[in-house]
Design a protein around this ligand. Structure first.
Ligand SMILES: [Zn+2]
Length: 506
């Protein structure tokens, strides 16, 4: 080897070592300088560029929005309340910052839209709700809006918003929780065109109707004005919502993101059990007709049926259905959340007991089969105990299936986001074991996506929340998980961009 060649070789080693050190240091420090990111395409560096927008700014904005409340002590924003209006104004400034044209519609929903490269193409809608329950957490609803704004802002910075082949519209729905008027999905049902005009007469606790509340907020509040809000199905491509899971499954799986395959359908029953009211001290046990014991036995039976739904299905549909039901085991949940007895005294055998049953499943047929089994089991128990039972169906809602193609795209986006971000790389082996699939979940709770499914195809992502706690000030999402959520929405939009530019069926 020549002298000059050796010096060059040493120099090359030094430069390579220095470069590797820089890359490793930048990787560990979680803050890569731009030149390395673009020059070397190190996995994850493109997302590092947006850490301040997708993670830090979203966390700060959620905190700020969490302080916009009608109560001094707890978080509370109900439909068209002063805090809800103030929250809408704040969202408008953030939407403008992301390059969106903004407006508030006739039901108090806040919109931000970019026409992209083709203003008349069917739009991609993203969003969630800006209202809260009483004594709420700061992530329920707000997370889906603020992360979508961040993802669009990142898209704008990358110069992709203007070239996006269809309009992107973020909607912050004015009412999902139904706290003020006891009617859920007011905002999204108006956009979907399913708002019931009779609801304009619904009264809040102070006797103010929805129509009057709308007029007080400078809206028309008429049937015509609300009906005119309906979006034409042909003007919309799909609706995507990111929401906190509000349950413990993702935390148990050790991953921040999951894809929602369906929003569960629901049946609510009210059961009245009538027996023989009597003195707690004088009626012998063998001579009682106690409705409380029949109710208690029924409740245990309900737990048993819903823990083993396959037994009910096997009896009704045979062996093939049995296999299907085993696959779906755990996908049905039943709850007795309310129970009252009459007269409700410690020294009286009750004369009547009333309790409710809430049954949810992603499969409407499985739900119906198990509801029928619950009903017949309760009648059997009541007959055996000599008490009378009346079971009423109070509420019925079909399950909503998320669109498989949106779910596939959201899965790819979620996996890409988790693979890119340093905090989650260690858990990628879990994803690889699952064939690069993010966890799949059924939403037991209702969401705006449920109302929007009557307008367009819907897709949902769930984000892990600490302890599965929600509807509580203890609700919490880690900042790194927020980052994964915003990045997944950005990657999803990039997927739409890529798929469209390559003329795929999307
Ligand atoms: Zn929510």
């Amino acid at each position: 080897m020549k002298k000059g060649g050796f010096a060059g070789y040493v120099a090359l080693i030094l430069v390579t070592t220095l470069l590797q050190t820089c890359l490793v240091t930048a990787f560990l420090a979680d803050a890569a300088p731009q030149p390395f990111a673009t020059a070397y395409g190190f996995p994850g560096f493109s997302s590092m560029r947006h850490r301040s927008i997708l993670r830090d700014e979203v966390a700060a904005r959620l905190k700020e929005l969490g302080n916009v409340s009608d109560s001094k002590h707890v978080l509370e924003r109900t439909f068209l309340s002063p805090a809800a209006v103030a929250a809408g104004r704040l969202l408008i400034t953030w939407m403008k910052d992301a390059g969106l044209r903004t407006w508030e519609d006739k039901l108090g929903n806040v919109h931000g839209r970019s026409d992209g490269a083709n203003a008349t193409a069917p739009a991609l809608l993203l969003g969630s709700h800006l209202d809260t329950v009483i004594d709420a957490g700061r992530y329920d609803g707000a997370l889906g809006i603020v992360t979508a704004i961040a993802a669009v802002k990142a898209l704008k910075i990358e110069g992709k918003l203007q070239q996006f082949p269809r309009p992107i519209e973020i909607i912050a729905f004015s009412d999902e929780e139904g706290i003020r008027f006891q009617t859920t999905f007011l905002g999204s049902s108006a956009v979907a065109g399913t708002f019931q005009p009779k609801h304009l007469k619904n009264l809040d606790a102070r006797g103010i109707s929805i129509g009057a509340a709308l007029r007080a907020a400078s809206h028309e509040g008429t049937v015509e004005s609300v009906s005119s809000m309906k979006y034409e199905p042909s003007s919309v491509w799909g609706y995507v919502e990111l929401h906190i899971e509000q349950g413990p499954v993702l935390e148990a799986q050790g991953l921040p993101l999951g894809v929602v395959e369906a929003i569960a359908g629901q049946t609510r029953l009210a059961v009245k059990v009538r027996g023989s009211q009597g003195h707690a001290g004088t009626v012998p046990m063998s001579m009682r007709r106690d409705p409380m014991i029949a109710a208690a036995q029924s409740i245990v039976a309900i737990e048993n049926i819903c823990t083993h739904p396959e037994k009910a299905v096997a009896g009704s549909r045979g062996a093939t259905a049995m296999a299907t039901a085993v696959n779906h085991a755990g996908a049905i949940v039943c709850t007795v959340g309310e129970i009252h007895s009459w007269p409700g005294a410690s020294n009286v055998i009750p004369g009547e007991v009333m309790f409710t049953i809430d049954v949810r499943s992603k499969d409407d047929t499985d739900r119906e089969i198990n509801v029928v089994r619950i009903e017949s089991e309760i009648y059997k128990i009541c007959k055996k105990r000599g008490v009378a039972c009346i079971i009423e169906r109070k509420h019925e809602a079909d399950a909503v299936a998320c669109a498989p193609k949106l779910s596939d795209m959201l899965n790819s986006a979620a996996v890409a986001a988790m693979k890119e971000l340093p905090p989650f790389r260690n858990n990628i082996s879990a994803l690889e074991d699952g064939g690069m699939m993010a966890p799949t979940l059924v939403s037991g709770a209702g969401h705006d996506a449920m109302a929007m499914s009557l307008l367009t195809q819907v897709g949902m992502l769930f984000l892990r929340c600490t302890g599965g706690v929600s509807h509580s000030p203890a609700e919490h999402v880690q900042d790194d998980d927020i980052w994964a959520g915003s990045l997944a929405l950005l990657r999803f939009m990039e997927g739409v961009l890529g798929d469209l530019s390559s003329r795929s069926p999307y």
